[in-house]
Design a binder for this molecule. Sequence first.
Ligand code: NAD
Ligand code: ZN
Ligand code: ZN
Length: 360
Amino acid sequence: MHEAGQPLSIETVDLGPLGPDDVLVKIGAASICHTDLEVLEGELRYPMPMVLGHEAAGTIAEVGGNVADLVPGDPVALHWNPHCGHCYYCDHGQPILCEPYTQNRAIGRHFDGEYRHSLKGKPLHMLMYLGGFAEYVIVPRQSAVKMPAGMPLDRACLLGCGVMTGFGAAAHVAPVQFGETAAVIGCGAIGLSAVQGARMKGAGQVVAIDLDDAKLEIAAAMGATATVNASREDAMARIKELSDGRGADAVYECAGSEKAFQDSVRMCRAGGQVVWLGKVNVDRDVAFKWGTLMGERKIVRSSYGGARPAEDFPALARAYLDGSLKLDEMITGRIPLDDINAGFDLLRAGKAIRTVVTFD
Ligand SMILES: NC(=O)c1ccc[n+]([C@@H]2O[C@H](COP(=O)([O-])OP(=O)(O)OC[C@H]3O[C@@H](n4cnc5c(N)ncnc54)[C@H](O)[C@@H]3O)[C@@H](O)[C@H]2O)c1
Ligand SMILES: [Zn+2]
Ligand SMILES: [Zn+2]
């Protein structure tokens, strides 16, 4: 990507050198997340030129001198929150806020201050330490999580952002309790994963809300006990009806719209939990009726759903392999890298859940 609003171009770049704590990964599959689109459209403003893509899986091609626990050929899913382990935030158990990570996330400079990728001799930025829309990437060793045998790479890549984020909201950030009512606003990959996380945590009811019937059908297949098309039906009234007038115990906002943020707090019962996962333009104001924020509601904005990738990714992969986590239904298309701009068009038009770019 050279400029916001312009199509991506496919170019040959230079890689290396491989640092002692790095791995070189041959990408097998990388899916397109809404966040990639936000960068492409200039809503998130990052330095250029940049390689997009942050949901990716592949095989280890080469390891740095200090890497003893991965070998060439190992299948890995990549995550986008490598962290230093010893800054103020890491010490406080908040790796997503790690200082060197947040300073470099939008740049892709590694922890030693150096770039690993370049274009015509100039630094090439890699979205979220990753840049997965490429045949090869160099990432810190900690970004690569070994996958269990039999996990297909085009499913493994989904774990990297959307699945982890939605699932983690319901499993880690605001875990729904056995028998409680969860509401999920927006049923893209993030919301469908929140639906599944809530179901796995034992929610008694999972109410999925979207504007698109096709997405709601998939949500029902993934464990939603009720679906609401908010373009036709009053979602607030339906939630109240399903919860003796109280509102949902936990609400997961996965739509990324002002209306969805406002609805999320209004749908939540007094004393309940709200997790915001979506985003709007970073410079935009979002207004709330103050009363909707009151009543002991716990409201949290989360990036990455409290991810603990080293534990969560293998567990999610095993859940896929034993049939309890559904991923196949999220893949609405597979395309070669040459068609990447068409893949973005599908997401822009609301016609894709996840389009996966597959590599030979
Ligand atoms: N927090 C994070 O770490 C993180 C990670 C990835 C994506 N995101 C954000 O999460 C959001 C969802 O991502 P996605 O990839 O699933 O996107 P997506 O576009 O595939 O899905 C969003 C869904 O929300 C629905 N929707 C839109 N407005 C709605 C409304 N008012 N009420 C009900 N449904 C509505 C759309 O129909 C769509 O199905 C985006 O804002 C994205 O930027 C956050
Ligand atoms: Zn840190
Ligand atoms: Zn993402």
